[in-house]
Design a protein around this ligand. Sequence first.
Ligand code: FAD
Length: 467
Amino acid sequence: MSTQDKHDAVIIGAGMSGLAAGIRLAGFGQRVVVLERHTLWGGLNSFYKRAGRRFDVGLHALTNFVGPRTPGAPLTRVLRALRLRHADLGLRPQRVSRIRFPGVALSFCNDFGLLQQEVDERFPDQRDGFARLAGDLSLPADAASPRAFEGARTVLREYLSDPLLVDMLLLPICFYGSAREDDVDWYQFNILFQSLFVEGFARPAGGIKPLLDLLLERLDATGGELRLGCGVERVLLDAGRVRGVLLEDGSVLSTDLVLSSAGHPETMELCGPTAVADHVDEGDLGRLAFTESIHVLDRKPVELGHDAAVTFFNHAERFRWRCPQELIDPTSGVICCPDNYVGESETGEGLLRLTTLANHDRWAALGPQAYSRAKGECTERALDVAHRFAFDPRPHEVYRDTFSPTTVRRYTGRRGGAVYGSPRKRLDGRTPFDGLNLIGTDQGLLGIVGALLSGITIANRHALSPA
Ligand SMILES: Cc1cc2nc3c(=O)[nH]c(=O)nc-3n(C[C@H](O)[C@H](O)[C@H](O)COP(=O)(O)OP(=O)(O)OC[C@H]3O[C@@H](n4cnc5c(N)ncnc54)[C@H](O)[C@@H]3O)c2cc1C
């Protein structure tokens, strides 16, 4: 083992939260290194090349869209902390998105008035309750409130008496950020309601890669270091305090501060079997995973009569948000058409992405042949339902790719391919060990803007003004 000079901070993972934390700390002159096991950066929001095309791994929408210098908004805070300009992101706003259930749809856009109007028209008896809900949710989410971790379904009943409207509001919120089966924590509902319905959606010009390149440039410019293909094997502890990390190549980096975006259970695994036995239980393990199919089309979705950027659909009587018994649950899902953002090219190939809930363990149990057969069959089953809420991409498909929960596990190390990580969030970022803090998904801020903000917030709290 060779020991190198001491770092002020070591960051595990070059996803959104890790890159943001690295830029923030390096910007304050700290000696910081971001370690990423994979050869690409971006984590859950990365990119790859197939059949001569570049694909985003997970990008549907950058949520939390606001215009330049909107005071107090999460996007404004992220840009300021990372010293980026709004214009650098080249954000293209959505025109419209929809929540579609059998026989009823709610449209929304980046003007909250549209959703209010739609609720008024489709659910006239819920108008007052919805207005009261929107009013109460306009206050910042208070994670210290006694109701913060109550299920949103229970709290929503105090505002809305129609279970259909409750299901319709929960569907986008669960798909874009609930790690909790059948529900979402009330504080998280509050945050996501703001970021999806009040602020809204945009797409960075050119997809996720230009945004990731920008983050890399900032990290470099501030003097931070990124090491790709550099997995952390163990967090080194001494009497409950962090002393460094052991890398998969056998070398050691010495530090008193580690910020980990690997997830709570995964980070405890890096601390050794005793940490897992003492600090991880069933309640920490996320079970919500996705499959996503990506369909390249010979034309734009709008040419097929589909104008929504994102369509959240449910085909069953009630919306179910749980790990399915089968490989997938095609009864609900998300259809994203990246071409339907303002300013995207109106000619050439089009793209449709289709996301459904999936059972990681069922996918992981398949042998190679059964796995590739299952990908084909499940995609067909999902499309058979989804096309009723958008259009059928199959007659226009020129290329298709599908990923499963095992793909997510392989590329991010997340147990069970759990996209939103552990249902038990650690909002203060603390772990049982001094100098080891969580950032990103398991700290509790999700999505692109959420994860960036998480990296910044925890870096500020534990590295720039340690308690
Ligand atoms: C299909 C899909 C679609 C999505 N769509 C959107 C969207 O449209 N809009 C949106 O806002 N959000 C979306 N998200 C969610 C968003 O991607 C995540 O919330 C966010 O990127 C999480 O960032 P993170 O930094 O917390 O974690 P991650 O992105 O998971 O990053 C963690 C990183 O740590 C690395 N790592 C783990 N263990 C180690 C180790 N031991 N050593 C070194 N490195 C390690 C991993 O390889 C990974 O790169 C989507 C996610 C998925 C899966």
